[in-house]
Write a protein that binds this ligand. Sequence first.
Ligand SMILES: C[S@@+](CC[C@H](N)C(=O)[O-])C[C@H]1O[C@@H](n2cnc3c(N)ncnc32)[C@H](O)[C@@H]1O
Length: 265
Amino acid sequence: MPATGQSADVASAQEPAPLRAPQTGHPPESPGAQDAPAIRASRTAGPDLDWREGGIPVSTRFDDPYFSLADGLAETRHVFLAGNRLPERFREGFAIAELGFGTGLNMLATLIGWRAAGRPGRLSYLSFEAFPLAAPDIARALAAFPEARAVADPFLAAWGAGRRRFDLDGMAVEVRIGDARDLLPRWEGRADAWFLDGFSPAKNPELWSEALMAEVGRHTAPEGTFATYTAAGHVRRALAEAGFTVTRQPGHGRKRHMTTGVLGR
Ligand SMILES: C[S@@+](CC[C@H](N)C(=O)[O-])C[C@H]1O[C@@H](n2cnc3c(N)ncnc32)[C@H](O)[C@@H]1O
């Protein structure tokens, strides 16, 4: 989650200019890329990275960091895991979905929680990502989080080989490459827990639109939940409109608020 996300209440409600396809931006070996027909995404191809002191990757396309400058792993645990009441709710067949795979830090924090929970069965983790990072960039980003980096080798090996579906200790990971606005409506499944982790709504409005939040609601299992670092008013309203009971909660560290929700109720 980007550090700037918190100030997003001022985000413009207007629809973003349509993003247009970076067909050239996807590794040709990616099965996800073949799955995605008309990818709307992208202002141009590739993620366009810059590096901040401390090894924090910053998207120059969106002018926002990939995760919090202040202990991204702790913030991931606070916002996405605790915000969805995980790992407590883990059970056989539990399904997590995410908007914005980025460096895979959220996925690795989930893997650590899944392993520690020691539940039998399988967990599924599906993420939507328009601008996949290259494996060496992901490895460089993860170096800031030794605990996550320590479990990342099998993921990095699969990712570097162009695989976008792989199993990590009973956690079935799939990353669908393309614009979430195109891919999510065509997803056949439903998630028990959503990680909403676009760049800040002010800088990446397409990943927070009312239409996409409605799709999140449509793709949530009964009693399913979402969590996000942002407390932007228009995002909260869109999620309420999508059928969630929305709650503002204390954010991580110096961020005042974040948002969680339960479908229905
Ligand atoms: C804050 S980063 C996600 C960080 C990530 N969850 C992690 O653990 O590193 C936001 C991500 O959303 C992706 N993104 C932005 N717009 C998108 C879109 N329209 N469809 C799919 N992904 C998008 C970006 O490329 C970026 O990887």
